[in-house]
Each structure stands twice: as structure tokens, then as C-alpha cells.
Ligand binder design. Structure first.
Ligand SMILES: Cc1cc2nc3c(=O)[nH]c(=O)nc-3n(C[C@H](O)[C@H](O)[C@H](O)COP(=O)(O)OP(=O)(O)OC[C@H]3O[C@@H](n4cnc5c(N)ncnc54)[C@H](O)[C@@H]3O)c2cc1C
Length: 579
């Protein structure tokens, strides 16, 4: 594969790498260590960047991807790789009753007026074409995440059966030696299994539900079959990033690792390249597409833009996402949007790495309480919403941290992170203070410093709701979305079970995130805009380096990757058409 070439070799071989360019922009007057020239320079090898580079190459442009990390794939490689794209060919073939009108109605209802309608429409129009393009241009194939409800299925146009897809099994051998440079998964799939994102719903229930048991057997059978074929099975983000990378390799697009964007290069007011860490100018005849992710690991930016308390310890985004592209854009005059927001989700600050809670927070037999021992939100609400409420309420009383309270009955039934039901949690979880255990609710309350009587009252009230099957306070279980990570065996409401069997456990809950969602303001063509609405010529942004088309919301599973890939696709198409 051509990907074995080193960065130096690629630079030497690049067309037009002859002269030092006199710049009129950020790097004016600076001597460059070398110059390489392409039609398009893409910054970042995540979902947005690799999709953009692939499309640029397929449209006949010479493209290069510069990547800061020693691995490719960014957060996309770490992710579950749910992708929310209405009306894509995979869901339509599976019989999902979607239409462009329904999707437009739903997105408008979810996002509201904060994001211009033209951008929403551009995303919906390009999304299905992008998925078809990726399938035609890479080894990636996709499967419907059946039943993974849109996050607000009751809104007009919402689909309780969901519109999300994820990568099908990818054989890692397509990457050759480059497989070793794939950014690892956040939580690797256990050895001896092949797990898709959509399986987690059932794996949580493996001990208590026949379908759960069948899926547990299936993930092992898939692995045995893949190994018998001699494959290296990749799923989720590993498959997504691996598949895009294989597409780039086949299209002859170099991905230069350890090559950080250091500054944007302008000629006559037009973005005409980037300067990378060693001073090399990567000149771009047509333009630059910034796909360098969010700023989740930049403490100064988080402190400057976001609500307190915040830090860089609670995010699960890729370490290398430190907002470099956003800062370069800001210096070049880009307006920034949504910088105070993120792809939030309640997280447990486990030692070593935070744990982003999904099913654990919504399965029956748990409640989320604030520092007063009182419930304040529907635990099963979309994860971004739960953290928005945490921050909103924290200004009037202690909500950060909150506490997830569960009983032993819950613990006997469900997987928790990767700890099988009934098994003890690691000592390090207790030692770090992230988890506490006690034989009564009152004792648990004292351990976590919340009023005992309040927590006891909260549990008693909630247990009444569970027995009645109706959460009169926060309506947990009313939405089809709430019931996705639930237990169909629990009646009358699969989201509600009483907490009664000691011991009881409390997990510290903080505002975690999958990455930030604020960045450069872009238009429907992914062109970067100044505050006055004018375009910065030649400069494009997609993914978490740009302000999200989802605004402050989250339409369905895959609302970050779907738009990141769609706007990467749009940016490259626009650059190709521009001249
Ligand atoms: C554990 C986890 C699970 C997730 N699950 C899902 C999911 O199921 N569905 C979903 O939609 N989203 C999910 N997300 C979020 C999603 O992965 C990200 O929002 C998405 O990858 C953003 O795409 P991106 O291309 O903007 O950034 P990334 O994929 O993070 O890529 C950015 C790249 O830019 C590189 N970079 C940074 N700075 C520079 C620089 N100066 N020069 C060159 N390169 C640079 C980074 O190293 C990185 O490789 C998940 C995230 C995580 C961490």
C-alpha cells in the first residue's frame, strides 16, 4: 500500500514543491522548512477530514491529510460510530419509513432557529449522497441500528425505530501495516467477540432476557466465523476510521502522521495552505479544509468559553483535540459559535479514564440525585440534555457532582461498564471515591455527603412510581427513546424498578462529553464565515472544528459523526466546483 511512504518521501514527491511562498497571511515573512503543494490540504484524520479528503480525491483533486497525532482516526476511531443520516440508502432498504419531508420537519423541530435552515437542509440533502459515496469509495458497509429511536421521537417527523446506522464488520487486513497506526477504541471490544454498537442494548440484558442471551452467543459466533476466515474483525469506530483510511490509501491520498497544523497560510486574503509543526508549508491550490476536531483537551479554552466547573479530565474525546484549528480560524477572522456547549453526557470519573454512562443511567433500578439527595431530571433523557440540566441547576444548588444510586437487584441483573452482573467492582473504583457502597440508603447518604432523610424520601417516592409504572415527577419511560436502554422484562414500566435490595451503590456523576461542539461558523457550503457574514476565501471547516448543525441539541444516535462526514463531503465538493 502507498501508505507506507514516510512524510518526507511524500513531501519530496509532491507536485510543485519548488519555491518558498511569500505569504500575506499569518505566516508572512516566515521562512519555511520546505514546501509541498496539493489542490486541497485537509487538517485532521477524523471523520470529517478523511471523508473530505476521500471526496476531494474522487473528484480528481490532489489531496493530503495532515494529522497531529501519531495515530489516525481521532475521536472517530474511539467512537461507537453511530451515524445519524436520514433517508440514507441503508435505512430505506431496511424499510425505515423516512422521507425528506419528515426529516426536515424533525430536524427543524429539534434544532430550532439557532442554526440557519439552509445549513440544516444542506446536511439533509448531502447526507444520503455521502453515505452512498463512502460505500462506493471505500470498503465500508453499514447496518441499520434497528430500534435505536430518534432522541425526540414524539416531535413531528421523529421516528421511534430510528434513523441511525453503524459500520458493518470490516476486515482489518485491508489496512495492511497501517492497522498499527489506527487510534485505539475508547473501550476495546473484549477479545473473542465481535460487537456492534447496537448489540449493547441486548448485552446489558444477557442474564435476564432471551434475546440478550442470544446476542451474547452471536457476538462470540461472529468472532469464531471471522477468525475461521482469517480476518481481523473491526467494528464501530475502528471500522469507520479504518474503512475511511483504506479508501484514502486506495485513492492515493497520503495521511501524514505527527504533522500538526501550526498556522494557516494566506495569499492575497485567500487560505492557500497550512504550515505544519516543522515549518513546512503545505500549499493548497484550491483551499484548506479544517477537520481538526474540538477543544475538549484544551483547559484554557474550556475555561474561557464554558460553564464551571469544567476541566479536561471528564471528556472521552481524543487527547490530541486541543482546538488548534479553531484557534487558527479565530486568528484568521472566523466567527465562533456554540463554544460554551459540548456533546455532553453524564460520566463517572473512574481512575485512569472517565466512563461515559449510557445504559447504566437508564436501566430500571437506578436514580440520579443531586447534592441534596433529590431527583431533578428524567434519568433516561438524552445525555446532552441531562448535563444541560445539571449545569442549569448547579447555579442554584449542588448538582455537580450528582450521584447515580442503584441497588443490588439492579447489580444482579445488568452489565455495568464491562463488569458482568453480580461481580464486584474493582477496589480502585472505591479507592478513588468514584463509587461508594453501603447496606442502607441512610448509610450511603452519609458516605456521599447528602442528607440521609432526603435520600430516603427520594427512594421511597421513586419506588412508588416504579410500582405504579409511572414517573409522575419526570416522566421517565414515557418516550420511546427512554425505552431503548431499558429492560422489557420489568413491568409495568421497563424503565422503572424499585431500589430495595441492599447493598446500595452510589456512583459519582460529572458533566462528561464526547467532545466539544462549538467552533468556526460555517455556511451551507461548509465555508468559514466572519462575524459580518462574509466568507473567508479558501477556508472550510467540518466536524467539531465547526459550530454544530445540531445547535444545542442531538437528533439521534450519530448526530456528531453524521454531520461531520456530511460537511466534510460538502466542503470537498464545493472546493472542486469552485474553480
Ligand atoms: C468514546 C466515544 C464514543 C463516541 N460515539 C459516537 C457515536 O456513536 N456517534 C457519534 O455521532 N459520535 C460519537 N462520538 C463523537 C465523535 O467521535 C466525534 O464527535 C467525531 O469524531 C468528531 O469528528 P471530527 O472529524 O470533527 O473529529 P475527530 O474524529 O476527533 O478528528 C479530529 C482529528 O484532528 C486531529 N488534530 C487535532 N489537532 C490537529 C492539528 N493541529 N493538526 C492536525 N491534526 C489535528 C486529531 O488528532 C484528530 O485525529 C464518540 C466519541 C467518543 C470519544
Amino acid at each position: 500500500m502507498s501508505v507506507k511512504r514516510t512524510r518526507r518521501e511524500v513531501l519530496r514527491g509532491a507536485a510543485g514543491a519548488t519555491a518558498l511562498i511569500a505569504t500575506g497571511g499569518l505566516n508572512a515573512g516566515r521562512a519555511h522548512a520546505g514546501v509541498a503543494e496539493y489542490d486541497v490540504v485537509v487538517v485532521g484524520s477524523g471523520a470529517a477530514g478523511m471523508t473530505a479528503a476521500l471526496r476531494a480525491a474522487k473528484l480528481g483533486l490532489s489531496a493530503v491529510v495532515v494529522e497531529k497525532a501519531a495515530t489516525f482516526g481521532g475521536s472517530a476511531a474511539r467512537s461507537g460510530a453511530g451515524i445519524w443520516i436520514p433517508n440514507n440508502q441503508v435505512i430505506l432498504r431496511a424499510g425505515v419509513p423516512d422521507t425528506p419531508a419528515k426529516a426536515a420537519q424533525y430536524l427543524a423541530a429539534v434544532v430550532g432557529s439557532e442554526v440557519p435552515a439552509a445549513r440544516q437542509q444542506a446536511f439533509l440533502a448531502a447526507g444520503p449522497a455521502m453515505i452512498s459515496f463512502v460505500m462506493a469509495s471505500s470498503p465500508l458497509r453499514f447496518r441499520w441500528m434497528e430500534g435505536y429511536s430518534d432522541y425526540y421521537p414524539e416531535l413531528p417527523g421523529g421516528l421511534p425505530g430510528g434513523r441511525s446506522i453503524e459500520p458493518d464488520l470490516l476486515d482489518g487486513r485491508v489496512l495492511g501495516a497501517e492497522l498499527a497506526r489506527l487510534n485505539p477504541a475508547y473501550i476495546p471490544v473484549p477479545e473473542g467477540t465481535v460487537v456492534f454498537s447496537a448489540d449493547y442494548r441486548w448485552l446489558n440484558l444477557a442474564l435476564v432476557n432471551a434475546r440478550g442471551t442470544a446476542v451474547a452467543a452471536e457476538v462470540v459466533a461472529r468472532w469464531v466465523a471471522a477468525k475461521a476466515r482469517g480476518e481481523i474483525p473491526l467494528t464501530m469506530g475502528q471500522a469507520l476510521a479504518g474503512g475511511l483510511r483504506a479508501g484514502l490509501a486506495a485513492a492515493g491520498v497520503p495521511v501524514l502522521l505527527n504533522t500538526p497544523l501550526a498556522g494557516l497560510h494566506f495569499e492575497n486574503g485567500r487560505a492557500a495552505g497550512v504550515v505544519v509543526g516543522d515549518g513546512t508549508l503545505m500549499r493548497a491550490r484550491r483551499g484548506v479544509i479544517v477537520g481538526s476536531g474540538g477543544f475538549e483537551h484544551n483547559l484554557a479554552m474550556r475555561t474561557e468559553y464554558q460553564r464551571q466547573p469544567i476541566g479536561t479530565d471528564w471528556t472521552v474525546g481524543a487527547d490530541s483535540n486541543t482546538g488548534d484549528g479553531i484557534r487558527a480560524g479565530r486568528t484568521a477572522g472566523a466567527a465562533l459559535d456554540l463554544m460554551d456547549d459540548a456533546w455532553w453526557g453524564p460520566a463517572i470519573p473512574l481512575p485512569g479514564e472517565p466512563y461515559f454512562c449510557l445504559a447504566e443511567r437508564t436501566l430500571p433500578g437506578c436514580i440520579l440525585v443531586n447534592g441534596q439527595g433529590v431527583r431533578y431530571v428524567n434519568e433516561a433523557a438524552p445525555y446532552s440534555d441531562v448535563v444541560h440540566v445539571m449545569y442549569d441547576r448547579n447555579s442554584t444548588g449542588p448538582h455537580i457532582p450528582s450521584w447515580l444510586i442503584v441497588d443490588q437487584n439492579y447489580r444482579n441483573r445488568y452489565l455495568f461498564k464491562d463488569i458482568a452482573p453480580t461481580l464486584p467492582f474493582p477496589d480502585s473504583w472505591y479507592d478513588s471515591g468514584a463509587v461508594h457502597k453501603a447496606w442502607s440508603i441512610g448509610e450511603l447518604a452519609s458516605r456521599i455527603g447528602v442528607p440521609s432523610s432526603a435520600l430516603r424520601q427520594t427512594v421511597t417516592r421513586f419506588n412508588g412510581f416504579a410500582l405504579a409504572g409511572r414517573d409522575a415527577d419526570f416522566h421517565r419511560g414515557d418516550s420511546a427513546y427512554d425505552r431503548y436502554y431499558a429492560d422489557p422484562g420489568v413491568r409495568p414500566n421497563p424503565c422503572l424498578a424499585p431500589l430495595w435490595l441492599p447493598p446500595f451503590y452510589a456512583f459519582k456523576i460529572v458533566p462528561g462529553d464526547l467532545g466539544t461542539k462549538g467552533g468556526m461558523r460555517t455556511d451551507a457550503r461548509a465555508r468559514v464565515l466572519r462575524a459580518d457574514g462574509t466568507v473567508i476565501p479558501g477556508l472550510y471547516a467540518a466536524g467539531n472544528a465547526s459550530g454544530a448543525v445540531m445547535g444545542r441539541s442531538y437528533a439521534g444516535a450519530g448526530s456528531t459523526l453524521g454531520p461531520a462526514m456530511a460537511f466534510g463531503y460538502i466542503a470537498a465538493g464545493d472546493l472542486a466546483a469552485a474553480m
